[in-house]
Design a protein around this ligand. Structure first.
Ligand code: ADP
Length: 392
């Protein structure tokens, strides 16, 4: 059977097509993305499992998500028979308090997920739009939702609660945490390497960035909270902020909610501090002192978060880097490890420069790894596992 994985965002749809023999791990057939859906030039590209280009087209025609999805399904049908497309797995950012595992989507589930839109207004509507568009086009295909929040349901209550009045906590104003599909993949890879037990901190450093404290492969605490705005500074998001700043923006600078939202999600983080770029590669290559300041702030805040998460775990056995920056930037890893020296982290400079799997020096009290994440594979596996259980 073929299995389509979709990650539908505000301006892009990322996809991956897997094939799967009964009982076997899904095998990647191709992956790609339609970018620029919200406006401007729309680019549609796809590569095969070896990274060879299958398609790369651009058009200035305006498209809706449903239109882009129809283009994608048409193209997939041209590429290979979709007659045996057995299921579609979706990344859904928010599962709230009820969805602690992947869920087969029906009208009732869709309604519950729609009720969570206010908790993830930038992502959830687009995730659900793809589900609805697919249901219209092919109502017979089972669709499965895989949640970014679900991995963190193992956090103890003390890690989930804000110091707010109890009625707000009861109403679901909690630290949910995100990037759970990535952490699920990393926890699986650590277990497969015989390194799944003990106290591990994973730093998922991409355009969106967060960190997670795992004990024996289960989330104990994480840097993102109620929304994906909390924690580390990111490409364009501010990360943890004194809530008094929001009050100041509204009361003294007369910014309305939409303006504050735009500032904190799209004009802050590395972009806001540097006034140069949200892209770490550009910042590291820049001579502009403001770019250096942005990188320094990013590293500093990772170091602070590392201390906080290590405190939640009562120590640290392993540190894992993943995400675009974590996987590819030896410089960022070296600087984070230097900031973590007090925790017993010792880096093997040559292994780090070579992007080796293990980059800690012999004798380091903390083992340090680089593990490329694969959220699409987690969705494919979870979708297969859920459908297998349904048909047993
Ligand atoms: P997303 O959160 O959108 O999935 P990614 O995980 O792809 O993002 O990470 C994107 C980030 O990774 C960008 O800031 C990019 O500059 C950074 N990145 C990618 N390759 C490198 C590299 N070789 N050195 C430094 N940063 C890199």
């Amino acid at each position: 059977m073929n299995l389509l994985v979709l990650n539908s965002g505000s301006s892009s749809i990322k996809f991956a097509l897997f094939s799967r023999a009964p009982g076997a791990d899904p095998v990647l057939a191709c992956r790609g993305e339609i970018e620029g859906i919200a406006g401007g030039v729309q680019r549609f590209f796809a590569v095969d499992a070896d990274g060879q280009a299958l398609l790369d087209t651009s058009s200035s025609a305006q498209h809706t998500h449903a239109g882009a999805l129809a283009d994608l399904l048409d193209w997939l049908e041209q590429q290979r028979s979709l007659g045996d497309l057995g299921a579609v797995g979706h990344r859904v950012v928010h599962g709230g308090q009820s969805f602690t595992a992947p869920a087969l989507i029906d009208a009732g589930v869709l309604k519950e997920l729609a009720a969570l839109i206010p908790l993830a207004p930038l992502h959830q509507p687009h995730n659900l739009a793809a589900i609805r568009a697919l249901a219209v086009r092919n109502p017979a295909i089972p669709q499965v939702a895989c949640f970014d929040t679900a991995f963190h349901h193992t956090q103890p209550a003390v890690a989930r609660h804000f110091a707010l009045p109890r009625d707000l906590t009861a109403a679901g104003v909690l630290r949910y945490g995100f990037h759970g599909l990535s952490y699920t993949y990393i926890a699986g890879e650590l277990a497969a390497a015989g390194a799944g037990s003990g106290r591990v901190i994973v730093a998922h450093l991409g355009n969106g960035a967060s960190m997670c404290a795992l004990r024996d492969g289960r989330s104990q605490a994480t840097s993102m909270g109620f929304t994906a705005l909390d924690g580390l500074p990111m490409g364009t998001r501010c990360g943890a902020l004194d809530p008094g700043v929001v009050l100041y923006l509204q009361e003294n600078l007369a910014m309305n909610a939409a303006e504050v939202n735009e500032l904190l999600y799209h004009r802050s983080g590395l972009l806001g501090v540097s006034a140069v770029s949200n892209d770490m590669r550009v910042l590291l290559a820049s001579d502009d002192p403001r770019a250096a300041e942005a990188v320094a702030l990013f590293i500093y805040r990772i170091g602070r978060e590392l201390g906080s998460l290590a405190a939640a775990l009562g120590g640290l056995d392993a540190l894992v880097f993943t995400g675009g920056i974590g996987e590819h930037s030896a410089e960022v890893r070296a600087r984070v490890c230097a900031a973590a020296k007090w925790l017993g982290v010792r880096l093997d400079e040559a292994a780090n420069a070579a992007h080796a799997d293990i980059i800690s020096a012999a004798g380091s009290a903390v083992s340090v790894r680089v593990i490329p994440t694969d959220e699409e594979r987690v969705i494919a596996r979870s979708t297969c596992a859920l459908l297998d259980r349904k048909t047993d």
